[in-house]
Ligand binder design. Structure first.
Ligand code: AMP
Length: 375
């Protein structure tokens, strides 16, 4: 039996008053729903967690599992288009939805970004430089991978990794074997990993790019990112990179969006390494959604990444990405949320996600510090 082809995003545009379905009810879903409301769109958020922060800002919600076919079907039938706020939407969920209603970004973008090996194959095909790697499915592969990639290296599960979960830096063969054993412990699943060369990067940057179905493209300035305990700590604009590196990063992000025939906002993460006097860019990973390192756009750009995503998937003209000011976005993780509002200054814009429980390592909000003009 052949299934119906996936529904295409309308060639014209979705008018205000349409309903956007969002899979996932975390802070990104919340910020998307707020941006959608500003454009006169309704949202319907689908999330299994009854305590989802996005539920507070949407008129419609469904609390159900991502494999609940009945609930997914009713959800898809109640909306004009579906998007998502996290890339680990199960493939079967994406297929079910895409058969009933347009899904943007599409199932291909989702499949590629969910699996590190597929992602690397896609990037290589698009002539994008990435770090040396080797697939690791068993202990014999691991030995071969160490031989070809060398040590130190980073062993990563191919799926379901985020904020440093599902990966280990390994410096010796013993550490690599130990990490392989540890990361293999997913019940009922065969180990699927990749060994990446450890990149002695100078800094990490990311570029947020948007593309709509009219093939318009809008790119934000590269952000320089610092991580603490594997979680993004700050994104700073401008990044301390050469104009040539900024240009290259923009060109690579654009090429990736075009190669995916992408619709929506896409985050592209890079390592910047020193090569003699020049900087070399390697793509670390891509995220088919609004991105934590793009939160600064809310405060210093005419169009935030959240509004841009809604405009892109609804096939509206894209907005300006021009940056008015230098800015530092800082994530408020765990107890650090309690610094708001006490220590706020005039040039600081807080965004509090309204999560009911503070937990160590949980992203509770962020703050954009707008910097005074220099000189
Ligand atoms: P990822 O989940 O792949 O985004 O990795 C999370 C973080 O781990 C990155 O932002 C880097 O700081 C670090 N990392 C990941 N892969 C490598 C690598 N191959 N070499 C050096 N650092 C890495």
């Amino acid at each position: 039996m052949t299934s119906e082809p996936a529904r295409a995003v309308p060639a014209s545009f979705l008018p205000a008053g349409s309903t956007i379905g969002i899979l996932g009810g975390g802070q990104l879903g919340r910020l998307l729903a707020l941006a959608a409301a500003k454009l006169g769109m309704r949202t319907h958020i689908y999330c299994p967690d009854p305590d989802s922060p996005a539920f507070e800002v949407t008129p419609n919600k469904t609390i159900a599992a991502y494999d609940d076919k009945k609930a997914l079907t009713a959800f898809a039938r109640s909306v004009d288009i579906v998007t998502y706020e996290f890339e680990n939407v199960p493939a079967a969920t994406a297929t079910l939805i895409a058969d009933l209603v347009p899904l943007a970004p599409d199932a291909r973008a989702l499949a590629i970004s969910q699996d590190r090996l597929q992602e690397k194959a896609f990037l290589q095909n698009a002539r994008v430089a990435i770090c040396p790697f080797a697939p690791v499915l068993n202990a014999t592969d691991l030995k071969g991978a160490i031989k070809s990639i060398g040590l130190p290296a980073v062993l990563k599960t191919t799926r379901l990794g985020y904020d440093g979960k599902g990966q280990r830096i390994v410096k010796t063969r013993e550490q690599a074997q130990h990490a392989f054993n540890e990361l293999s412990r997913v019940p009922g699943e065969k180990p699927q990993m990749v060994l990446e060369a450890f990149v002695p990067f100078e800094k990490e940057i990311s570029v947020i790019v948007a593309r709509n179905h009219k093939e318009e493209i809008a790119v934000y300035d590269p952000a320089e990112n610092i991580h603490l305990n594997h979680i993004l700590h700050t994104s700073t604009l401008p990044a301390r990179i050469t104009p040539q590196t900024a240009h290259e990063a923009t060109e690579i992000a654009t090429r990736i969006a075009k190669s995916l025939n992408y619709c929506g906002v896409l985050g592209v993460e890079f390592f910047v390494s020193k090569r003699g006097q020049t900087q070399q860019l390697l793509v670390n990973e891509i995220a088919p959604r609004v991105h934590n390192s793009g939160h600064w756009t809310e405060s210093v750009c005419p169009t935030s990444q959240f509004e841009q995503h809604i405009r892109a998937i609804c096939n509206w003209p894209l907005g300006s990405t021009r940056r008015y000011a230098d800015v530092v976005m800082e994530n408020l993780v765990g107890e650090t949320i309690s610094t708001v509002p006490g220590s706020l200054s005039q040039n600081e814009q807080p965004n509090v996600y309204g999560k009911s429980k503070i937990r160590a390592g949980r992203k509770m909000g962020h703050i954009n510090r707008i910097l005074p003009p220099s000189g």
